[in-house]
Design a protein around this ligand. Structure first.
Ligand code: HEM
Length: 275
C-alpha cells in the first residue's frame, strides 16, 4: 500500500503547515461561505451566486477603469488601452453570467422573490461606481447608502472625481484636440452631457483614421458591452416578472427600459453619422 501522504514524483505538493497557499491567496473558504439562501427553493442559490459573481466583475471593471484613468492622466496611452481591453473581456464574462437567470419563469422567480424583501440591484454601490466612471453621475444614488459610512464615503469620492470619460477628454485636449474649456472645467459631480465640439473631435479622428481611433474604439467596445448588460438585464427581468413592480419599488420593466436607452460616451455614437 502506498503511503497516502507520500506524493508520487512530479505530483503536486500535498503537505502544508496550516492552510494551503491557494487558500491564503484566493480565500476560497471565505468566498464559498458567503451564500445564505433565505428560502427553501433550490433555485435561490443560482440567483444569489450569479448576483455575487456580477458584484465581483463590477469590482474588477471599476479597478480597470481606474487604472485606465490614472494612465491617461500621465499620458500613458498603452497602459490605458491595455486596461480598457481587459475590461472588455471582463464585461463579456459579466454578460455571459446572465445565463443562469436568463430563462426564469415567473413561477420560478416567485418561489424565492420574497427572500429579497426590498432588496434590489438598484442598491448596488459597485454598479454605481461603474456608472459614475462612465460619466453617469447622480448625487441621489448616494441616498440609499447613508446608513453605511464606508460605502457612502467611497461613492461620494467617486461622485466628485473625474470620470473615465473626463480623463479621456482632458487627454484629447492635451493631444491638441479642440475640447472646449467649459467641458474640461465642468462640475464633475453632474451627469456628463453630450457636446457638439466633442462630437466634432471624434468625427475628425474617425474620418482621418487618426491613431486616436484606437482609443475611440476601446471606449466604444466598453459602451456597447455596458449597453448589452443593461439589455440582458431587461430581458431577464421581463421573463421573470413581466410588468410587475420591482422589489426596489420602481415600475419595473418600464423603468429599466428607460435606463437601457441611455448612451454611454454619447458623442462616440453620434459622430459616426458624420464620418
Ligand atoms: C431575474 C433576475 C432579476 C430581476 C427580475 C431584476 C429586476 C430588477 C428591477 C425590477 C429593477 C428596477 C429597480 C427595482 O424596482 O427593483 C432592477 C434594477 C437593477 N438590477 Fe436587477 N434584476 C435581476 C437580476 C439582477 C442581477 C443578477 C443583478 C446583478 C447585480 C442586478 C442588478 C441590478 C442593477 C444594478 C439595477 C439598477 C439599474 C439602474 O439603476 O439602471 N439585477 N432589477
Amino acid at each position: 500500500m502506498p503511503n497516502p501522504v507520500e506524493p508520487e514524483p512530479e505530483a503536486p505538493h500535498l503537505d502544508f503547515q496550516g492552510t494551503t497557499p491557494y487558500e491564503d491567496y484566493i480565500q476560497a473558504d471565505v468566498l464559498t461561505h458567503l451564500q445564505h439562501p433565505l428560502s427553501d427553493d433550490p433555485g435561490e442559490m443560482a440567483f444569489l451566486v450569479t448576483t455575487q459573481v456580477m458584484e465581483l466583475w463590477f469590482t474588477v471593471i471599476v479597478h480597470e477603469w481606474h487604472t485606465a484613468s490614472e494612465a491617461l492622466r500621465r499620458d500613458d496611452l498603452p497602459t490605458a488601452l491595455a486596461a480598457l481591453r481587459r475590461s472588455c473581456y471582463e464585461l463579456s464574462a459579466l454578460n455571459a453570467s446572465w445565463e443562469p437567470l436568463a430563462h426564469l419563469t415567473p413561477r420560478e422567480f416567485n418561489s424565492y422573490r420574497a427572500a429579497l424583501g426590498e432588496g434590489s440591484g438598484f442598491q448596488s454601490a459597485m454598479y454605481r461606481r461603474m456608472e459614475f466612471l462612465l460619466g453617469e453621475k447622480s448625487a441621489s444614488m448616494l441616498v440609499p447608502h447613508r446608513g453605511a459610512p464606508r460605502v457612502h464615503d467611497e461613492l461620494e469620492k467617486a461622485l466628485h472625481e473625474p470620470s473615465l470619460y473626463d480623463e479621456v477628454l482632458a487627454y484629447l485636449a492635451r493631444c491638441g484636440e479642440d475640447i472646449p474649456r467649459e467641458v474640461l472645467d465642468r462640475d464633475r459631480a453632474l451627469r456628463y452631457e453630450p457636446d457638439p465640439s466633442v462630437e466634432a473631435v471624434w468625427q475628425r479622428v474617425y474620418s482621418e483614421g487618426d491613431p486616436l481611433t484606437e482609443l475611440g474604439e476601446a471606449l466604444t467596445e466598453v459602451a456597447e458591452l455596458v449597453w448589452r448588460w443593461r439589455n440582458d438585464h431587461l430581458a431577464a427581468t421581463r421573463r421573470a416578472m413581466g410588468a410587475k413592480t420591482g422589489t426596489g419599488g420602481s415600475a419595473g420593466v418600464s423603468w429599466l427600459e428607460k435606463r437601457a436607452r441611455k448612451q454611454v460616451f454619447p458623442e462616440l455614437w453620434t459622430a459616426r453619422s458624420h464620418v
